[in-house]
Design a protein around this ligand. Structure first.
Ligand SMILES: Nc1nc2c(c(=O)[nH]1)N[C@@H](CN(C=O)c1ccc(C(=O)N[C@@H](CCC(=O)O)C(=O)O)cc1)CN2
Ligand SMILES: NCC(=O)N[C@@H]1O[C@H](COP(=O)([O-])[O-])[C@@H](O)[C@H]1O
Length: 226
């Protein structure tokens, strides 16, 4: 890489859990497939997320920012209006945190097991700043949107209503898991139990998230200044 036009794509990863896909991205930067990128930071909404340990081992700055712990919603609140208001305020504050002039600004946000549904309060300011958001989802387009996708697919496979499931990386829009697909991979069921299927799916996910992130990062790097 020579000038600013060839500097690595600045990536912010958001993860809520074990972080094996985050680790796949970290490893891909050092081993080559993601050499066009740099992970500038991790944001997690779960203090016990193992993704934090991975960030610390990799020397990647991380933030913990939680809907309840950071005071946007009372624990156990059931009033729908209060919950909606709290989520909107959290989302707006999270966007402000991402866009703060006190931190390096990302060009791409990768959701790697981020378990919080964004409202427009996050999506709009991020889109206005020209930052793309992509998400890894363990299902095929239009199937099993939302959380627990693999478990729900497994029930359909066992019932004989499906013979395959799949995974995808997609752009993030307000409608959950309905953004334009970037890469889609079908995964045939081999008759295995749920945990074995999950393990096999996760291995495919680790490849797909790197491939999709590298593809979008390259488009960003090549599109700078155009
Ligand atoms: N507006 C969007 N937000 C998010 C998207 C998206 O496509 N549009 N993708 C998700 C990731 N995701 C599936 O890929 C997903 C994650 C979590 C949930 C969910 O129901 N979350 C619950 C809380 C669940 C929990 O804390 O365990 C919630 O937010 O209330 C659905 C889909 C990321 N965000
Ligand atoms: N709807 C979003 C969703 O279900 N994402 C899923 O969370 C897991 C994160 O694993 P990880 O923490 O080991 O990367 C992955 O299976 C990913 O597809």
């Amino acid at each position: 890489m020579t000038g600013a036009e060839d500097s690595p794509c600045r990536i912010l990863v958001m993860a809520s859990g074990f972080g094996s896909n985050f680790q796949a991205l970290i490893d891909a930067i050092s081993t080559g497939p993601l050499r066009n990128s740099r992970i500038i930071s991790l944001i997690t909404n779960r203090r016990n997320a193992h993704a934090i340990v991975r960030a610390e081992k990799a020397g990647i700055p991380w933030d913990y920012f939680n809907l309840i712990s950071n005071g946007f919603l009372q624990k156990g609140e059931t009033n729908e209006q209060k919950v909606a208001e709290g989520r909107q305020k959290y989302d707006a504050a999270l966007a402000a945190r991402v866009l703060s002039t006190e931190r390096e600004r990302p060009e791409l946000i990768v959701l790697a097991g981020w378990m919080h549904v964004f409202s427009s309060a996050f999506l709009e300011p991020i889109e206005k700043a020209g930052i793309r958001i992509i998400n890894l989802h363990p299902a095929l387009p239009g199937e099993f949107d939302g959380a627990m996708a693999i478990e729900r697919a497994y029930e359909e496979l066992k019932a004989g209503r499906l013979t395959r499931t799949g995974i995808m990386a997609h752009y993030v829009i307000a409608e959950v898991d309905r953004g334009a697909p970037i890469i889609v991979k079908e995964i045939e069921w081999k008759g295995e139990e749920l945990e074995e299927l999950k393990e096999r799916i996760h291995l495919h996910e680790h490849e797909l998230i790197v491939e999709a992130t590298a593809k979008v990062a390259q488009e960003i790097v090549e599109g700078r200044g155009t």
